[in-house]
Structure formats: structure tokens, C-alpha cells
Design a binder for this molecule. Sequence first.
Ligand code: SAH
Ligand code: DHB
Ligand code: MG
Length: 223
Amino acid sequence: MEREPDWAEVDGYLVSTLVGEDPVLDAALAANFEAGLPPIDVAPNQGKLLNLLARMCLARNVLEIGTLGGYSTIWLARAVGPSGQVITLEFDPTHADVARANIERAGLADRVDIRVGAALDSLPSIAKEELGPFDLVFIDADKENNTEYVRWALALSHPGTVVIVDNVVRGGHVSNPDIDDERVKASRAVLEMIAAEPKLDGTAIQTVGSKGWDGFAVAVVNE
Ligand code: SAH
Ligand code: DHB
Ligand code: MG
């Protein structure tokens, strides 16, 4: 029978076909809900894309800015293998506690380092401790600081490092130059910064699905 196509239903189909059952990730989402965390984790098919991108660049050292309950962290930590590491930065200690339990349950605690505090405070320590360069950086925290986060990603990169910035489309408002929303302005600023930065080459992709209309930017650090 003919029926109106539906974004969320297509996501359901894609996820059940290509991502599949994942009790560990389901348990993480259930724990996030139980703890009252906002349901702003990446969608399952975007989580898997993060995992695939990390594997495509043979990432062993990953930096994530914005942990929430560790849903995206688990996807990334699975990609780096047993000798790999994910450092993930989270401002809210409650979110970090939920993430710690989820990552422990996933059997990935030995390869994930959660740093609690404002990312712009943690990043200088990470540089000082010489924990870089990172092979992949996933930026998904307070959108207002995205330009600063991309600067830090560059500072902690090597040629070939992949930088991903989540939520740059924001229901389509990104293309409005007169927008009054600070987070949309920040999306425009980070995209324009990536475009103007000779050390980076990037693009952005709109997404629709279970999380509504948004999108992400992907960039690579040039040789
Ligand atoms: N990457 C997660 C979702 C992150 S949501 C996933 O897909 O599963 C954004 C997170 O960034 C929230 O947990 C929020 O507390 C955190 N955050 C906000 N401001 C921050 C800051 N200044 N430094 C570090 N984390 C921050
Ligand atoms: C929001 C943040 C996110 O990282 C996301 O993926 C979706 C929404 C938000 O703050 O509204
Ligand atoms: Mg996000």
C-alpha cells in the first residue's frame, strides 16, 4: 500500500538492517534515560558511522569533546581496538558518572579516559601531558565553543587526522545569515573557519531521521 515516507521509520529500517541488535548500547541508552540525561546521543546509524570512520583511518588515539552517557564513546572505543585509547571530555560530573558505568558495562573501561571539567580547561592539560596527536577528534559539546575546539583539534593533530563536528545544521537554520541564535551562529562560524583554514579540508552533510533534521561536518588535516 502507498503511504507517506517517514524519516524516523527509515532510520528504524536502516538501523535494524545494518546496525542490528546491540544489548550493550541499548543498556547504555536505558541507563541514560533512567538518570534523566537528555536524549541527544548520536543516532545508532551515526554512531556506527563514527565507528567506521575511525576504523577507515586506523584510529588508535581518539579525542571526544562531549561525553554525555558515553553512547558515542562506546562506538569510538570499539573502533580503536584493545591497544587503543579514547579520551573523552565532559563538563557535567553526573553525565560522566553515567558514562563511566555504561563504558564499564561495555567492557571498555581500560581504553577510555573520561576527563571531567570544561573542555577548554582539560585541553591544555592534554596538550601538556603530550597525549596527542589524535587520529580522530569528535566534537559534540557546547556548540558556542566549536571554533575553539576545532583549533584545539588542529593543535593536537597530525596530517590525516579526521575532525568531525556534530549538529552543524540545526533544523536548517544554519543557512540563515541573520539568525539570532548563538548556537546557529556558532555552527556558521565553525563551518566558515574550516573553509578558511588552509590546514583543513572539509565538507558537511545534512541528516534526517530519528533525531530530526541536523547534520555534521567532516574535515581532514592536510598533508
Ligand atoms: N557525544 C554524546 C552526546 C554529547 S551531548 C553522544 O553522542 O552520545 C553534549 C555533552 O557535552 C553534554 O553531556 C554536556 O554536558 C557536555 N558539555 C557541555 N558543555 C561542555 C564543556 N564546556 N566541556 C565539556 N563538555 C561539555
Ligand atoms: C543538542 C546537542 C547535541 O549534541 C545533539 O546531538 C542534539 C541536540 C542540544 O544541545 O540540543
Ligand atoms: Mg550531538
